[in-house]
Design a protein around this ligand. Structure first.
Ligand code: ADQ
Length: 521
């Protein structure tokens, strides 16, 4: 319940500049004591994008695995989503206020980062150092790693934003490698809070992780949480190995370690996709029409869909495709590879180099094998609309998911979820987290280019009956272990008594002091 406030404006700090925005809601909020606990989700990026359309600022929800999986808990639980809205360039002060108001309506709390924080915390430390290390690429590290104090400062901004809004009974779920220090910071600021942390990317082997000078400081950051979650047993094994060697901790039979006088659960929660939704949308008539169009363009279609990232193994996949055309010339003129590469991290030089490498490989292979009427690789360097994504999944005879290292890989699961026709072959890397669950895929070593070429050949030759058997089993797995189950299992582990997003339980907020009851918004 809200009662009237008296301050007509509030200030927003954007890129070091303060702007005043008219207040749409009263300044004082009184919380009814019987409100259910809220979920405060914290991720580097908010699941929203802000654009200017016809001179007006428009905020849209972005689609993506995390946004979809947590939409329910976020909305039903009356919770907040705290994160960076991206750089809101090109918006004047009025548009900024409009964006802020829309964020508030969507219960999103923007954490604005300075230009330096974007450069150092986001690009250099998170994307160039932590991403590289977690994907086993020590060779990608800069010769001298600096900037951890900026990482700490940016993490502190997220922790402050949470602590300012946290109310007794709320639970906090922090996401991913950009925010490894946030759980410990929150534990200091709000010792009694229930805090969860989930790592979406691999936790590397300790031998690789230990190359970071700040390794102990990073794992201590995560140990501020009550539950630390991983996609797979292997990543948790790497993490417990690091804990043993850095802090002398051992995980007990109930998956807990004791640290700082608290028990911390180290759980395995493989993330899924919204399988029912992919099935329904994949069956839509307009997707069907686009699928037929794609299928008519070649006798057999191979599809790859990835962010343009060195972890995704796109270059070796292209080489495997080239090898296939050399070893099995009977496929020339009959097959086509559609490779979609979504632009990603274009400001990091490594990614610009990768783009040149992929484009030059595509050019070379097409130049070598194309005929006046046939082009072997169709390369799209952009994000494609959802209906095209679905049509590509539906049209693929063989879906190539061959990352060199991938925390989970949701594309593999989306492909399976979309194939209600029980057809199509999934070729899946043994280094994707998804392989633990998707055992009925055709599993490959993506580094072994010759093997991948042969596997593509045998997948193209696979009988309909075997394709159907494999796809049925894959679908049973993906449908049962969907993203809603993932969110529910994590939140239940974090706080079984609470009814966040109608998960069951239904405890009420504990009566609190008057300071907790009256909050300035
Ligand atoms: P990502 O590295 O981004 O995620 P992934 O899991 O494959 O990788 O998710 C990509 C998402 O982007 C999918 O939902 C896919 O549909 C979408 N997408 C890809 N290409 C697209 C295109 N061209 N157009 C539109 N949408 C596209 C990180 C980890 C993963 C982990 C996830 C979730 O690196 O290993 O699975 O988080 O934990």
């Amino acid at each position: 319940m809200e009662i009237g406030g008296d301050t007509p404006y509030y200030t927003v700090d954007v890129d070091g500049t303060s702007i005043s925005c008219p207040r749409r809601r009263p300044a004082i909020t009184i919380i009814i004591m019987t409100e259910p606990a809220r979920l405060l989700i914290v991720s580097n990026r908010l699941p929203l994008t802000a654009d200017v359309v016809g001179g007006r600022a428009v905020v849209r929800r972005s689609v993506g695995g995390l946004a979809t999986g947590l939409q329910g808990p976020h909305q039903q639980g009356n919770g907040l989503w705290i994160g960076w809205p991206g750089q809101l360039e090109g918006l004047d002060a009025d548009a900024r206020c409009e964006v802020e108001a829309q964020f508030e309506e969507m219960r999103a709390v923007p954490v604005h980062l300075t230009a330096k924080e974007v450069d150092v915390f986001y690009e250099e430390i998170s994307n160039a150092v932590l991403w590289a290390i977690c994907h086993d690429r020590i060779d990608r590290l800069p010769l001298r790693v600096t900037g951890w104090e900026t990482y700490e400062a940016a993490n502190a901004r997220f922790a402050d934003a949470v602590a300012e809004r946290w109310r007794p009974g709320d639970i906090v779920w922090v996401h991913d490698y950009q925010l490894l220090r946030v759980p410990a910071m929150l534990r200091q600021r709000i010792p009694e809070a229930r805090i969860g942390f989930f790592l979406h990317i691999p936790f590397p082997n300790p031998e690789v992780f230990f190359t970071l000078a700040v390794r102990k400081w990073l794992v201590e950051g995560t140990l501020g949480a009550d539950v630390v979650g991983f996609h797979t047993r292997r990543y948790r094994g790497h993490f417990t190995g690091a804990l043993r060697r850095l802090l002398g901790l051992e995980m007990d039979a109930s998956e807990h370690v004791t640290y700082g006088g608290r028990r911390i659960r180290l759980g395995i929660f493989p993330m899924g996709v919204d399988a029912a939704d992919f099935t329904t949308r994949g069956d839509a008539p307009e997707v069907h029409a686009e699928t037929l169009e794609l299928r008519s363009s070649a006798e057999r279609l191979l599809v790859g869909i990835d962010r343009l990232d060195y972890s995704k193994g796109i270059s070796r996949r292209l080489l495997a495709f080239e090898r296939l055309l050399v070893q099995h010339p009977e496929w020339r003129g009959r097959i086509r590879l559609v490779q979609v590469a979504v632009p990603s991290r274009g400001r990091v030089s490594e990614y610009r180099r990768l783009r040149r490498e992929v484009e030059s490989l595509v050019g070379r292979i097409n130049g070598k094998f194309a005929t006046p009427t046939w082009t072997p690789i169709q390369y799209l360097f952009r994000s494609v609309p959802q209906h095209t994504l679905l049509a590509l999944y539906r049209a693929a005879d063989v879906m190539l998911v061959t990352p060199l290292r991938d925390g989970m890989n949701l594309v593999a699961k989306e492909f399976v979820a979309t194939r209600s026709d029980e057809d199509g072959v999934l070729v899946l890397s043994e280094f994707a987290g998804a392989v633990d669950e998707l055992r009925d895929a055709v599993i490959v070593n993506p580094y072994d280019v010759d093997q991948v070429a042969e596997v593509i050949h045998s997948s193209l030759m696979m009988e309909r009956a075997e394709r159907r058997t494999r796809m049925r089993k894959l679908r049973a797995q993906v449908i049962e272990h969907d993203v809603h189950r993932w969110a529910k299992e994590f939140l239940t582990a974090l706080d079984p008594g609470h009814d966040v997003a109608g998960l069951g339980g239904g405890s009420l907020r504990q009566p609190a002091s008057i300071d907790d009851v009256v909050q300035r918004t």
